[in-house]
Ligand binder design. Structure first.
Ligand code: ATP
Length: 494
């Protein structure tokens, strides 16, 4: 993870927001390469989910909506995470990410240990338990540690569980709900009547426009409405770089279907489709997985939910959620607004509120997964190299043009002309400084799939060398052959 974070800063993918002022926790800025790569991710999603499908249309709704939207959707009342404070250190934790266990020796409880959720927490907790046992000079057998989240601690334990910040018990508060929505005021008057919220998800803008889309287009159920846009959540503990931030971007699609048992097939269908999509943009299958939410953990309206997970350096985590939300959202908005959300099926002459399947994925989480999946270190001609093996569709720079030397005007001229020509089609780079090997490495490190070298032979017969990032193999081609080769590769999944 550290290597990826440092590469992102060094090469201009991601910067800390407001860095010169010390940064602002949970916010990030995307640099010149980052903005290209983000755009490529969003374009790929939009092309595959909207443009190339006959049954999905797009939407771009406002970030700030009428506060009643969030009342009806249940966000004002229930969009919260459990929070716990340490009174002494003033640290604040998400109660479901703070784990604790009793340290038990031969049936006696010696005390408790606590720590924050991470991949190696079981082993760490066992070590902490062993340390406590030794400190208390207690003989006997330590029972295996059973970690549980703080949300599952009974109230009599709040005083006994130590704070992860201080290691001492008695300073943690009981868990309480913390609403994640950012509040603001609309207009010049700042009172209760002007309170509004930055959207915590893009989905509600889709539901509130359901009727508008049905009435203004020729969509017929089953169909979907897709949207890409910024969302904001005042996360209690933003962490793991861009994985959990306070401002992020979502790519969400609501797929409307008729009532009945058919939702199961559609749910399966979208789980498969989305899994294949993640593979198609270059995520290694071995790093992807599924997590089916157990029935008892689902929201009351939810019929089923399956996450597509990714094995990030900090553990296996949700990349995308595919939820079967029933008719909850549309019904809530119908009740809240008094406007009918019914769909008229003119084939069967029936009216109903559609059911919905929602695949929702974060741009930033996809971005991080792509970097983790693509990052490799290898050796070329005995020299270590860092390479991002990004899919050509995702790579921020598609090709780089290198004049072999920079002090031969005809050669530079030729290289610049080719560069200008390529620029009309793709985001490409021009690099004339330093040894050619170093220039290749610079491009390998940011995932550029192709290097094009203009050399002395180019001046003689017009041929150029095309270097492949992954194999580092070079071939000599005429200009039309080279353009065709790049085009073919970039289009491979189109
Ligand atoms: P989590 O359980 O990790 O908080 P969630 O289940 O609340 O996520 P959803 O509401 O299902 O997330 O949002 C859909 C997608 O939006 C997630 O799968 C994720 O990719 C992205 N996402 C959600 N919250 C964040 C965040 N704080 N930072 C970055 N991406 C996020």
């Amino acid at each position: 993870m550290e290597k990826i974070v440092s590469l992102c800063k060094r090469r201009g993918f991601i910067f800390q927001a407001s860095e010169i002022y010390g940064g602002l926790n949970g916010f990030f800025d995307y640099g010149p390469l980052g903005v290209e790569m983000r755009k490529n991710i969003k374009d790929a999603w939009w092309q595959d989910m909207v443009q190339r499908r006959d049954d999905i249309v797009g939407l771009d709704s406002a970030i700030i909506q009428h506060p009643k939207v969030w009342e009806s959707s249940g966000h004002i009342q229930g969009f919260s995470d459990p929070m716990v404070d340490c009174r002494e250190s003033k640290m604040r934790y998400r109660a479901d990410q703070l784990f604790w266990a009793a340290v038990v020796v031969d049936g006696d409880i010696l005390g408790y240990v606590s720590l924050l959720e991470d991949e190696g927490m079981e082993a760490k907790a066992a070590e902490m338990a062993d340390t406590l046992k030794r400190k208390l000079q207690r003989q006997g057998t330590l029972q295996p540690i059973q970690l549980r989240p703080y949300t599952e601690a009974s109230p009599d334990l709040y005083d006994k569980i130590p704070s992860p910040a201080t290691g001492k018990p008695g300073t943690l508060t009981p868990p309480r709900d913390f609403n994640l929505m950012f509040q603001t005021y609309v207009g010049a008057v700042r009172d209760e009547s002007s309170v509004a919220y930055l959207r915590p998800e893009t989905a509600q803008g889709i539901f509130t426009n359901f009727k508008n889309v049905v009435d203004s287009t020729r969509v017929k159920i089953p169909f979907g409405i897709a949207q890409i846009g910024r969302s904001f959540r005042n996360e209690i503990t933003p962490r793991n770089y861009i994985f959990r931030s306070r401002e992020f971007e979502q790519m969400e699609m609501e797929f409307f279907i008729e009532p009945g048992d058919g939702w199961k097939q559609w749910h399966e269908y979208w789980i498969r489709e989305r899994f294949e999509w993640h593979k198609s943009i270059g995520l290694k299958e071995s790093m992807l997985g599924y997590q089916v939410h157990p029935k008892e953990k689902l929201a009351h309206y939810s019929q089923a939910c399956t996450d597509i997970t990714f094995h990030y350096p900090f553990g296996v985590q949700e990349l995308e959620g595919i939820a079967a939300r029933g008719c909850f959202d549309l019904t809530q908005h119908q009740n809240g607004s008094g406007k009918s959300m019914e769909y008229f099926d003119d084939t069967h002459k029936t009216k109903y509120i559609p059911r919905v399947i929602e695949p929702a994925v974060g741009v930033d989480r996809t971005f991080l997964a792509l970097l983790c999946s693509a990052y490799e270190e290898d050796e070329i001609d005995g020299e270590p190299r860092v390479v991002l093996k990004l899919h050509p569709r995702i790579a921020p720079i598609k090709a780089a043009v290198f004049p072999l030397v920079k002090n031969k005007p005809e050669l530079v001229e030729k290289a610049k002309t080719l560069f200008k020509k390529l620029q009309r089609r793709w985001n490409v780079a021009y690099d004339a400084s330093g040894a050619i090997g170093r220039r290749y490495r610079r491009m390998d490190e940011v995932g550029t799939p192709f290097g094009i070298t203009v050399d002395f032979e180019t001046l003689e017969n017009g041929t150029l060398t095309l270097r492949d990032r992954d194999t580092t193999k070079q071939v000599r081609l005429s200009e039309p052959e080279l353009l065709a080769a790049i085009e073919k590769n970039l289009q491979q999944d189109l």
